[in-house]
Design a protein around this ligand. Structure first.
Ligand SMILES: [Zn+2]
Length: 271
């Protein structure tokens, strides 16, 4: 039945659009005109169907109106599809996704994870790492000749660092500690006796209200420049007023956290 209707987005509509395209060689214009004509005809069919039904009581009128309603909707969706295609034309996946998504560890507490998420973050979701990354890293270590120097490029979270160290990696290189520091996310309370266990360190967020009045150091266990000379409230203030010094001090602290972490690993075992 619908195949006989030569309008809108249906077969006849496509032929009509192709004829229009011949005129200007412009698909967008041809689709717009064809869709508008399709919508017009759909609306006319509805009106005609209603008149036929109420004037002559013919059931065929209802049928005609229903087909008109279908044509109207289909022509509209064709036009919407085209505008969507125009709006998204030329975009690549990287334009619409985040290159540096905040990832959660599967065994991390929700509170610790939320401390990592900066204020005002509008991500719709966060990837969860369930340890498979480290499994693959360990497999690579096994496949390489014995005695190879293993460099864990981009393995940045303290958990991944501990696991990779245990898999034999001895050199690490990752932007995570300084990137987190610039976002106000700092690592604290390193428990060298429980490396790799749940809660062997904490994440804190400088934007968190609780730091505003903290006169003590951000991390009493840390011997970095920031923790030994400045109250946490001052650093939190720098962060709130977006002073670049906050990122510098935070980077010093996070890097010191990592060197302390690696020192603790070295004390216990060689990679
Ligand atoms: Zn520190």
């Amino acid at each position: 039945m619908a195949g006989d209707v030569q309008i809108g987005p249906l077969d006849g509509g496509r032929v009509f659009r192709a004829a229009l395209w011949q005129v200007r060689r412009d698909l967008a214009w041809a689709t717009r005109i064809a869709a508008a004509v399709g919508r017009g005809i759909g609306a006319l069919m509805i009106v005609a169907g209603v008149i036929v039904f109420f004037t002559w009581g013919a059931f065929g009128g209802v049928w005609l109106a229903l087909i008109g309603w279908f044509v109207l909707g289909a022509a509209g969706s064709e036009a919407r599809l085209l505008s969507l295609r125009n709006a998204l034309g030329g975009l690549v996946v990287g334009d619409l996704t985040r290159r540096h998504a905040i990832a959660a560890q599967a065994d991390q507490t929700l509170r610790d994870f939320m401390a990592e998420v900066p204020w005002g973050d509008d991500s719709a979701g966060y990837p969860v790492l369930d340890g498979r990354l480290v499994d693959e890293v360990a497999l690579v270590a096994e496949l390489l000749p014995e005695g190879s120097t293993l460099h864990g490029l981009g393995l940045g979270s303290p958990e991944n660092l501990v696991s990779s160290w245990r898999a034999g990696y001895g050199i690490f290189d990752c932007t995570l500690p300084t990137r987190n520091a610039r976002r106000g996310v700092l690592y604290t309370d390193l428990d060298s006796a429980a490396l790799g266990a749940r809660g062997f360190y904490r994440h804190v967020n400088l934007g968190d209200e609780r730091w505003v009045r903290e006169k003590g150091p951000l991390d009493p266990t840390c011997d970095c420049e920031m923790c030994t000379t400045l109250p946490a409230a001052y650093v939190a203030h720098l962060f709130r007023v977006e002073d670049v010094l906050a990122g510098t001090l935070g980077s010093l602290h996070n890097l010191r956290f990592y060197t302390r972490l690696v020192d603790a690993l070295r004390e216990r075992s060689s990679p």
